[in-house]
Design a binder for this molecule. Structure first.
Ligand code: MG
Length: 374
């Protein structure tokens, strides 16, 4: 099954009052949509936007997101995305409200799993509150809540079926399940989540923020590297060129500290090391600035929904002295890592003349990196 996530975000959110449409408003330091998109990291992601929101979408800075302009109604927006995917290798789609930023990976996985058996699947919660009818401030009756569900998204469908269902539908459906059912498709109910709320009213933002702050998904990685000295007149350490009486031997620029740091980030993602992503057998990487590897590791983290919390690098060398260059190293690393210099530690030590470092045969480096989701 090749799955694409369609994030529907073309609405103007009139119930939220004046100002920015709700999906573009800030939630914990980022637009709501940044959270919604990250929830589907690893899948092909189609973001359906209002034509006026192109610049906002570009400013999200989430790599690999494809933009499609939506229509005047939700149906029309979904149809535009489905038409965009027609003829691709996509076999199933997950259609998600852009204003549901807290959907979990587990919820998405339940929808996907159900598509093995059914043409459609969607999360929902059984109604547990008593249901009333009311008028003029008074309760006018009660309703039986048995068999009633509160529908959520993502609503998942096999692609050809939902494309045909949308094309056959006259319009005006509340959601894609309604469209699917009108075409006779079976839609399985999978377990929804209380926190998978749709931001609708201003108070929903405070609630969503509390959920967000209650989540703690952090990942720790470490990296280690050694490079031997060879003839030369400088070494590269943490992206800074330092004059020395020798150089470091290596395929790239032999920046042992940057290699350890990139490996720490790959490690936190359980993504192996630099060698896996940039095989030394490929001549393309000869003499390459190691910042390229670090950038790749940071981009991979971002694609998985993680940002860098802090890093700590230790360089072990008898010579050259590293201390005077630490501020320059922080200045090089900060924009690549996307964090401030006070979250970037570069320490140096000698090995007290012991071992290969002590004999000045090479330099070694250790690094740790903390990755934070969201
Ligand atoms: Mg190396």
């Amino acid at each position: 099954m090749t799955i694409a996530a369609i994030i529907v975000a073309a609405g103007r959110g009139t119930r939220m009052g004046e100002g920015l449409p709700k999906q573009w408003r800030d939630l914990g330091g980022q637009p709501v949509l940044a959270h919604s998109l990250r929830a589907f990291a690893g899948l092909r992601r189609i973001l359906v936007i209002h034509p006026e929101d192109r610049a906002r979408a570009a400013a999200l800075g989430i790599a690999g997101v494809e933009l499609v302009e939506g229509g005047a109604t939700r149906d029309a927006s979904v149809r535009a995305a489905l038409a965009y995917l027609e003829g691709s290798d996509v076999t199933a789609v997950l259609i998600h409200d852009g204003a549901r930023p807290l959907v979990s990976a587990a919820c998405i996985a339940r929808v996907v799993a159900a598509l093995d058996q059914f043409s459609g699947a969607a999360p929902a919660l059984a109604v547990t509150d008593a249901l009333w009818t009311g008028g003029a401030g008074l309760v006018t009756g009660t309703r039986d809540r048995s068999g009633l569900y509160r529908a959520q998204t993502p609503q998942g469908f096999r692609f050809p079926e939902i494309l045909a269902a949308h094309r056959a539908h006259p319009g005006g459906a509340a959601d894609d399940v309604e469209v699917a059912r009108a075409a006779g498709l079976d839609v399985a109910i999978v377990e929804g989540e209380e926190e998978n709320i749709k931001l609708t009213f201003p108070g929903d933002f405070a609630r969503a923020l509390r959920h967000l702050q209650g989540r703690m998904d952090i990942r720790l990685g470490n990296g280690y590297d050694v490079h031997a000295f060879t003839e030369g007149d400088h070494v590269w350490l943490c992206g800074v060129k330092i004059p020395h009486t020798a150089g470091l031997l290596g395929h790239s620029d032999a920046d042992v500290a940057l290699h350890a740091l990139a490996d720490a980030i790959y490690g936190a993602l359980a993504e192996g090391d630099i060698g896996r992503h940039f095989p030394p057998s490929e001549p393309e990487w000869r003499g390459k600035a190691s910042a390229h590897f670090l950038r790749h590791a940071v981009d991979l983290a971002a694609a998985r929904g993680y940002r860098i919390g802090n890093v700590d690098v230790t360089i072990i060398a008898e010579r050259p002295r590293v201390g005077p260059h630490v501020a320059a190293m922080q200045a090089v690393l900060a924009p690549i890592l996307g964090i401030a210099a006070d979250r970037i530690s570069v320490k140096a030590t000698t090995s007290e003349k012991l071992g290969f470092v002590g004999r000045e045969e090479g330099i070694e480096a250790f690094a740790s990196a903390l990755l934070i989701a969201g």
